[in-house]
Design a binder for this molecule. Structure first.
Ligand SMILES: [Zn+2]
Length: 122
């Protein structure tokens, strides 16, 4: 798991695949749950597990800071990328925890999408 994160970190030269901020090198990161930083490099799945196929499974991982990964939740990667870029210009600093109002906006968007999907089925 850590090996994979190191590989992603190196491939992206330490930059978060979403906010482009500077992540913490997994090799030098303090171990243990007490030291988890929002700049730590996490492995994120670009394509939701349900849509993973033999062809796309290899490039499904990206190194993403914990700040982005936590905030994204179940939102589509591409959609979250756009949302993150928007808030990057409006004060949500790279590799930090999403401010409360941003998290509220994101969960509203996820909920809206879920409701839209549901109404399509009716
Ligand atoms: Zn990030």
């Amino acid at each position: 798991m850590r090996k994979k994160r190191i590989a992603l970190y190196d491939a992206q030269r330490g930059a978060c695949a979403i906010c482009d901020g500077e992540m913490v090198d997994p090799r030098t990161e303090p171990q243990g749950m007490n030291n988890i930083s929002f700049a730590s490099c996490t492995r994120d799945h670009v394509i939701p597990k349900v849509r993973v196929t033999e062809e796309n499974k290899h490039d499904n991982s990206k190194g993403v800071c914990r700040g982005c990964n936590n905030a994204r939740g179940s939102m589509d990667f591409e959609e979250f990328l756009r949302v993150r870029k928007f808030f990057l210009k409006r004060g949500w600093q790279p590799c930090t925890k999403a401010p409360k109002d941003v998290r509220r906006v994101i969960s509203a968007m996820v909920l809206k999408k879920r409701l839209e999907r549901r109404s399509c089925l009716m």
